[in-house]
Write a protein that binds this ligand. Structure first.
Ligand code: PGA
Length: 262
């Protein structure tokens, strides 16, 4: 499914990298990049960095996101961060990243609870889904993706879906230098759009932003972003290098302009 091009989003997932001063420097460097209007740009620093970086980003158009949140708004949950505490000044929250699913044992059910809670606040949610190498080799990629989508989005109304972005991140491509081919990424992103059309509505699915993530670099971004169902990137390692992140933003702008022109 292609169609009128959606405004791409390039989001930098910093993971557990940088000290607070280093993060502020990195945020300043990203603000200083050439950022064409036709591409949305977001950074997702560690929790400790969010407040000072919020001040750096004010009025710049660069959006701010958290990498995770809890499924309750308040209470005796030592070490967790509530979506209520993020709402109003953070724009986004990432939910279901594979490092949370696989390293911290987050289940589909917990991901769903987090998404539901975050949606009660004025936050945009980036929901990450993706298969492991074993699942891909076993031919169950789409079964896994569908299960993750069903668990997280079941019963969601079209208005709520407007605030959800899906990030397709094959686990075997994250931080490995082994990116999915553009054909592999497009195949799954198209399947995600079709599945969401069936779950929610065709119109909502057509507007849905679907990002690719997993060893996305300036070298492979242009090819990936030219695919009709890939609407941007969730960038890990390359988002820590302003020049590389800027080159991916530029590639996203070229991809969207090529679609509009062509
Ligand atoms: P990577 O990470 O770009 O370093 O592979 C992507 C992600 O985990 O979001």
């Amino acid at each position: 499914m292609s169609g009128s091009r959606r405004r791409p989003l390039v989001a930098g997932n910093w993971k557990m990298n940088t000290t607070v001063p280093e993060g502020i420097e990195l945020a300043r460097a990203i603000v200083a990049l050439d950022r064409p209007d036709e591409v949305g740009v977001a950074v997702l620093p560690p929790f400790t960095h969010l407040w000072p970086i919020c001040a750096e980003l004010r009025g710049t158009g660069v959006e701010l996101g958290a990498q995770n949140c809890f499924w309750e708004d308040a209470g005796a949950y030592t070490g967790e961060v509530s979506p209520a505490a993020l709402a109003g000044w953070c724009d986004l929250v990432l939910i279901g990243h594979s490092e949370r699913r696989h390293l911290m044992g987050e289940t589909d059910e917990q991901v769903a609870r987090k998404l539901r809670r975050a949606l009660t606040h004025p936050l945009q949610i980036i929901l990450a889904v993706g298969e492991t190498l074993e699942q891909r080799d076993a031919g169950t990629t789409l079964t896994v993706i569908h299960r993750q989508l069903d668990a997280a989005l079941d019963g969601l109304d079209p208005a709520s879906l407007e605030r959800v972005v899906i990030a397709y991140e094959p686990v075997w491509a994250i931080g490995t230098g082994r990116t999915a081919t553009r054909e592999q990424a497009q195949e799954v992103c198209a399947a995600i759009r079709t599945h969401v059309a069936g779950m929610v509505s065709a119109q909502a699915a057509e507007r849905l932003l679907i990002l690719y993530g997993g060893s996305c670099t300036p070298d492979n971004a242009a090819g990936l972003l030219a695919e009709p169902d890939i609407d941007g990137g969730l960038i890990g390692g390359a988002s820590l290098k302003p020049a590389a992140f800027g080159a991916i933003i530029a590639a996203a702008a070229r991809a969207v302009n090529a679609t509009v022109d062509g």
